[in-house]
Design a protein around this ligand. Sequence first.
Ligand SMILES: [Zn+2]
Length: 112
Amino acid sequence: MPVYEYICDSCGKPFSLFLSYADYDIAEVTCPDCGSAEIRRKIRPIRVAVGEKARLQQLSEEAAGNDSSQMLGKVMRTIQQQSGRELPPDTNEALTRLEKGESPAEIDKDYD
Ligand SMILES: [Zn+2]
């Protein structure tokens, strides 16, 4: 399950939530500290990607031997296209690098 990191615009405190993609679509996220709905997502694309990888590995057992960054990038790209949403630029860049075969660990270094 992906971890979504947020920061509260009212009190400035960061917090994290575990949400399934289904919950993320419907969740009304508020700050656990002050209850404000004025919150922003902090984008951590690779943390999400690596979490997804574990789940997708189960889904693609039959594609054994294809456990590569490119495979992960491809599957994530498919999910993104199916969702019909535009990715934030840095997430899109990370995904493009996965598709080129860079390892998530390499890419993650540039985001931490
Ligand atoms: Zn707050």
